[in-house]
Design a protein around this ligand. Structure first.
Ligand code: CP
Length: 304
């Protein structure tokens, strides 16, 4: 594939190739000299129409460690505020001889739309509630690193599935790798069609945690919440929040994940997020190597 728009467009072989390539890059970035010349002739624009800490910095570091030239664009400080369209914005950036675009956008399908109208490779860094493919890849890579393999593992994704591009991409990626996937949360935050993806649906957190090897605790997207998504806040944390007491009551040591940013004390307490069972910062660390692999493999398919 010329672009990475979603996990739905790639297969098991692609994911395994990304992981093997990321293994090599992880070694590179742990050396005192963290840089390789692989993308020396490539220029990449990171265009973000939505806020980001991890994804934006992780892509930028991945690009720099591959020796690409990098430009960053934040919609909030751009001429988008003067009414410039997405296609005009990106075509103007491409006129400056940019080869690849990494884009985050609040609308589902924005990357797909752009790929039909512009002549550059596109990597989706999160589009609305649709997909966040590199997050799913780094999450699965982190499970593989921690547990040796993803195949056969039981992974529960807990929380706001309804608004979550991370959940959709994780489900698709984990299933392609042979994991069993469950989603857990209140009925108001689990879309009815999710069962059609072949995931188990559980509304009882204790049952879900007793079933799983890995619990991925999603952020409650407070900015998208109103009364119809009850429970939120304190009620949510009482029913679906993971705390140390719950974790210690399980009869096995599960792995705890979170894509960030965390609402500490809502979906997860600090004593869990910062515990030895948490691989949250490993996920962030692995994001750079996985994104280096994605960019490198896409660039190697370009004529250039
Ligand atoms: N996990 C994630 O996408 O975080 P950011 O929104 O900070 O990039």
């Amino acid at each position: 594939t010329r672009h990475l728009l979603g996990i739905k467009d790639i297969n098991l072989n692609d994911i395994e190739l990304i992981f093997e390539t990321a293994d090599n890059f992880k070694e590179v970035i742990n050396r005192p000299i963290k840089k390789v010349p692989s993308l020396r002739d490539i220029t990449i624009a990171n265009i973000f129409f939505e806020n980001s800490t991890r994804t934006k910095l992780s892509f930028e570091l991945a690009e720099k460690r591959l020796s690409a030239d990098v430009v960053n664009f934040a919609a909030s400080s751009s001429s988008v505020s003067k009414g410039e369209t997405l296609i005009d914005t990106v075509n103007n950036i491409l006129a400056m001889k940019v080869d690849m675009v990494v884009m985050r956008h609040p609308y589902a399908g924005a990357g797909q739309f752009l790929s039909r109208h512009i002549n550059a490779q596109i990597v989706n860094a999160g589009d609305g509630a649709h997909e966040h493919p590199t997050q799913a890849l780094l999450d699965a890579f982190s499970i593989r690193e921690k547990l040796g393999d993803v195949a056969g593992k039981k992974v529960v994704i807990v929380g706001d599935i309804l608004h979550s591009r991370v959940a959709i991409s994780n489900i698709l990626c984990l299933q392609k790798l042979g994991a069993e996937v469950m989603v857990c949360g209140p009925t108001t935050l689990i879309p009815k069609h999710i069962a059609a993806l072949g995931v188990k649906v559980e509304h009882d957190l204790m049952k879900a945690l007793n079933w799983c090897d890995v619990a991925n605790m999603l952020r409650i997207q407070l900015e998208r919440m109103d009364i119809k998504y009850f429970p939120t806040g304190r009620e949510y944390s009482m029913m679906y929040g993971l705390n140390k007491q719950i974790l210690d009551s399980l009869d096995k040591e599960i792995v705890v994940m979170h894509p960030g940013p965390i609402n500490r004390g809502v979906e997860i307490t600090s004593d869990v997020a910062d515990s030895k069972q948490s691989i949250i910062l490993n996920q962030v660390e692995n994001g750079v190597a996985v994104r280096m692999a994605v960019l490198y493999l896409l660039a190697s398919q370009n004529d250039k």
